[in-house]
Design a protein around this ligand. Structure first.
Ligand SMILES: Cc1cc2nc3c(=O)[nH]c(=O)nc-3n(C[C@H](O)[C@H](O)[C@H](O)COP(=O)(O)OP(=O)(O)OC[C@H]3O[C@@H](n4cnc5c(N)ncnc54)[C@H](O)[C@@H]3O)c2cc1C
Length: 437
């Protein structure tokens, strides 16, 4: 079979790997100049490692992506440093070497005993119950307020929900989403030697060696049924015919690319909600968090102009970046938010004054360089009973398959689940069946 894959992110490349190993002719079309998708990185000439455009790490339980890396023989390149996460409470930052295991100790010290007991019980329930389905019938806000109590909700869950889903959706997201995060995530955070981009490039090189063709800078503008069978893909350079095609873009883009999809499927796809992300990266001449903290969760109520500050070089040594200290300032936002319209310089001016709250000595002349990354599609939003709204990987258009971040539910999106769904899609394409055991 001749198979086309749209997108050279982790999902598209994982699918290509299995399809090629099964003996098919595989061609990947990627609109960007490099592979890696949302996990792609960039590199300054004096850096040894690349830096992800959007902050990225793996969890020790990310078995799909780590399993793939094992298969490829590169496990020795996966590193698990020990960074510090920080929570903001009552005007101060509190460090945790692991937010989930140490928060109960914090609660024990600062909150009434009852809160710590409730935390232990509710936390253990979420960690161990495999039954997530009933949890999708209730919002995460209602569940956590009820079972963890108001104080813990205000300390931990409200800031998390607000930072991920904004004012519009944070009270509507279902509890299965939070269950999935607590159920499988570890506190250990990992990366690839050289950065995620190094892994993506090595994977692409392996795919090419195996005979997969990867066309960079090649955007697909339309997918239609071919009158002589299969599908016809349009690019600026011409047309390509394939027996099957896997699309790994956002749902909105799939709807645009394949207008022949039946109305009912399209309606389902277009009803899926998601948040965008705006992330600024600063290269500083000095370390920002003198205490060496990596990840600052910032509650909306604290009035920062961003909701996450991540000092990457407190996770991976600045040595790999020519001594530069790298800091992300990020937020998940709806695509209509003004941060999507403001210029790079305007955003920088909004962000910089708040950095003295992390280090009173900070001065704007510490900023050597900055970069701005924005994407409309960063975080799917799972509302009540979301499992009923997940589009099938096999679309009703013969030969057309769709595998995106919006379909990995109840798991939260991530490269681990991009690999999982890419490989699941490949299996479906190979077996011709509707489900994979
Ligand atoms: C702010 C942020 C933080 C994140 N943090 C983490 C993290 O810590 N750990 C983690 O594992 N994951 C994280 N993720 C999620 C992770 O990046 C994604 O889940 C994963 O990369 C999705 O892979 P994918 O292959 O499904 O899609 P994508 O990576 O989106 O790949 C789709 C590809 O399709 C291409 N494309 C789009 N349109 C066309 C077209 N018309 N023609 C051809 N090509 C096209 C795109 O350029 C892209 O390369 C984060 C994401 C964001 C935004």
């Amino acid at each position: 079979m001749k198979i086309a894959i749209i997108g050279a992110g982790f999902g598209g490349m994982a699918a290509a790997y299995d399809l090629r190993r099964a003996g098919h002719e595989v061609e990947i079309f990627e609109s960007a100049a490099q592979v890696g998708g949302l996990a792609a990185g960039f590199k300054e000439p004096h850096w040894d490692w690349s830096l992800e455009q959007y902050y990225h790490h793996w969890f020790a339980t990310d078995r799909h992506v780590l399993g793939l890396i094992d298969e490829l023989g590169w496990r020795d390149k996966v590193l698990f440093p020990r960074p510090y996460t920080v929570v903001y409470w009552a005007g101060k930052f509190y460090p945790f070497d692991s937010i989930f295991s140490n928060i109960p100790l914090f609660i024990l010290r600062h909150f009434p005993l009852l809160d710590a007991v409730r935390y232990g019980l509710a936390g253990a329930y979420l960690r161990f119950t495999p039954w997530w389905k009933p949890l999708e019938r209730v919002t995460a806000e209602a569940w956590t307020r009820r079972w963890f109590g108001e104080r813990v909700y205000a300390l931990q869950w409200q800031p998390l929900l607000q930072s991920k889903f904004g004012e519009r959706y944070y009270q509507q997201v279902n509890m299965a989403w939070l269950w999935a995060r607590l159920h499988v995530r570890t506190t250990r955070l990992g990366t690839f030697e050289g950065g995620f981009q190094a892994f993506a490039e090595m994977f692409a090189a392996r795919l090419r060696e195996m005979g997969v063709s990867i066309q960079l800078n090649t955007s697909i503008s339309q997918i239609r049924q071919n009158p002589n069978g299969g599908l016809k893909l349009t690019t600026a350079q011409g047309e390509h015919v394939a027996d099957q095609c896997l699309v790994t873009t956002s749902p909105a883009l799939l709807a645009k690319l394949a207008p022949e999809l039946p109305e009912e499927y399209l309606r389902g796809v277009l009803e899926l909600k998601s948040m965008g992300a705006v992330v600024m990266v600063l290269s500083l001449t000095q370390q920002l968090s003198r205490e060496g903290y990596y990840w600052f969760n910032l509650p909306k109520s604290a009035g920062f102009p961003f909701l996450a500050l991540v000092e990457h070089t407190n996770f991976i040594s600045a040595e790999h970046y020519g001594g530069d200290h790298l800091v992300y300032l990020g937020d998940y936002l709806e695509p209509e938010h003004e941060y999507f319209q403001l210029t790079h310089e305007e955003l920088l001016q909004r962000f910089l004054p708040s950095l003295t709250r992390f280090n009173p000595d900070f001065r704007p002349n510490w900023v050597r360089k900055s970069w701005l990354f924005r994407t409309n599609y960063a975080q799917p939003v799972p509302l009540i009973n979301h499992s009923q709204n997940i589009p099938d990987i096999r679309t009703p258009l013969p030969g057309l398959f769709f595998a995106s971040m919006s379909q990995v539910y109840p798991w939260d999106r991530g490269t681990n689940f991009a690999v999982e769904i890419g490989r699941r899609a490949a299996k479906l394409m190979l077996t011709g069946r509707n489900t994979v055991e």
